[in-house]
Design a binder for this molecule. Structure first.
Ligand code: FAD
Ligand code: UDP
Length: 392
């Protein structure tokens, strides 16, 4: 096989590695992709009846404060000015997210100044003594927003999303969401945000469009491993446990089931994402894709595409979406990292290969780091391609 590097997986991690190695290092790169399309979970396609762009593996919003990633992404696509905002329905009323002054005023049914709201939440969070390290998601959330808002907006949603008691979930999960004592309800606080003007797939295809890159779709690495083993360096972005034939047991993942529907209306819910906080509503949220691209005048005005999202634990064979990261998972992960360190000529990267929730900008940043710190030294100075194995 006439290639210098094999990349397993064509998600943002794999394509960034392939693109940099081809364009900057002049290497011939073979990308193997198990699915019948490139792009990993960021892949999007036009819904055939309406022409509305839908994200097959769940809605993807691009945002970053990393200037290097922003500059890199802009080589392949322009971005719209889209700013993500999310609302939540609880007991038949709608509130803005993330929790902000607007949410607090609406929930308690009166107006508060920022100082008054802080004082109220401090009182409602007093059960977690200030300075005490919260031990789990529930304690962390109560310490941030007080018990009443936690019970309304977080407990039911989190239980549906993780199928795990919030007392057993790590505190970090909730720190992804900011809490603001202003009326600012932008979901993300990053310096840059937007959606690719021509869609995700056009962006991903441009990354792969280089004469030194061959992408082979429908190609599972494990069908070819015996032919490749030891002969060509590999960057592997598939599931870490699968690589080692689950020798240390399965790492826990949460998967999502999506129900997509075309509705006979020009606007189903008036916004891109509506969360459902009530525990007796079986789905966590509804996405309405037309609202991601208000600038696309060609979308029909009498039909719309919605997608309900349901969450559950993943079995083998399901799409692994979110690492659950229980204490058992973390112990297993350490053992897998040790195995990965001993694997000569193979680097592990990306969401599945490192068992980490990575946003797109983080996957790109991590891939650029792998090129700088491992692949370039290997290909230009002959450094061994190993150790540290799992690139985080
Ligand atoms: P992936 O995109 O998962 O790509 C891995 C690829 O490897 C896949 O295409 C897979 O088919 C392939 N593969 C696996 N095993 C093999 C094998 N044996 N042989 C060949 N190919 C193989 N990020 C954001 O920034 N904003 C968001 O709003 C956002 N929303 C998300 C919503 C959901 C539901 C999910 C799951 C993720 C979301 N993300 C979001 C994260 C984003 O999807 C990831 O950051 C990005 O996809 C990471 O890329 P990756 O290359 O690591 O992994
Ligand atoms: N969350 C919640 N209620 C909401 C939105 C989020 O309780 O309406 C919690 C939930 O535990 C979730 C976490 O905040 O896992 C992070 O939310 P985010 O929107 O980042 O989740 P994602 O989009 O990654 O699924």
């Amino acid at each position: 096989m006439n290639v210098d590097l094999v990349v397993v997986g064509s998600g943002f991690f794999g394509l960034t590695v392939a693109e940099r190695c081809a364009a900057e290092l002049g290497l011939r790169v073979l990308v193997l992709e198990r699915r019948d399309h490139i792009g990993g979970n960021a892949y999007s396609e036009d819904e055939p009846e309406t022409g509305i762009e839908i994200h097959r593996y769940g809605a993807h919003l691009f945002h970053t404060s990393n200037e290097r990633v922003w500059e890199y992404a802009n080589r392949f696509t322009r971005f719209t000015g889209y700013q993500h905002r999310v609302y939540t329905t609880f007991k038949d009323r709608v509130y803005p997210l993330p929790i902000n002054l607007g949410t607090i005023c609406a929930y308690f049914g009166r107006s508060f100044t920022p100082d008054e709201a802080r004082a109220l939440i401090a009182e409602q969070a007093a059960e977690i003594a200030p300075g005490r390290e919260p031990r789990n998601l529930e304690e962390k959330a109560v310490s941030l927003i007080g018990r009443p808002l936690y019970e309304a907006f977080i407990r039911g949603y989190t239980a549906k999303q993780w199928q795990t008691d919030p007392l057993d979930l790590p505190a970090e999960v909730i720190t992804r969401l900011p809490v603001r004592y202003t009326f600012d309800n932008r979901y993300f606080s990053d310096a840059h945000e937007g959606l690719p003007v021509d869609g995700y797939t056009a962006w991903l295809e441009r990354m792969a469009d280089h004469p030194n890159i061959e992408v082979r779709l429908g190609a599972d690495y494990f069908d070819l491993r015996d032919d490749l083993a030891g002969r060509v360096p590999v960057v592997y972005t598939g599931p870490l446990d699968r690589y080692f034939d689950y020798a240390e047991g399965d790492l826990g993942w949460r998967t999502l089931d999506f129900e997509t529907e075309v509705r006979e209306t020009g606007d189903f819910q008036g916004t891109a994402v509506m969360n459902y906080a009530d525990e007796d509503v079986p789905y966590t949220r509804i996405h309405e894709f037309r609202h991601f691209h208000p600038e696309r005048r060609y979308y029909p005005d009498d039909r719309t595409v919605i997608m309900r999202e349901f969450s559950r634990s993943a079995e083998r064979g399901d799409e692994p979406y979110y690492p659950v990261n229980t204490a058992d998972d973390r112990a297993r992960l350490l053992r897998y990292r040790e195995l990965a360190r001993r694997e000569d000529g193979v680097l592990f990267g990306g969401r599945l290969g490192t068992y980490q929730y990575l946003d797109m900008h983080m996957a790109i940043a991590s891939a650029l780091g792998m090129v700088d710190n491992r692949l370039r030294p290997h290909f230009t100075q002959g450094e061994r391609l190993t150790s540290g194995g799992v690139d985080r």
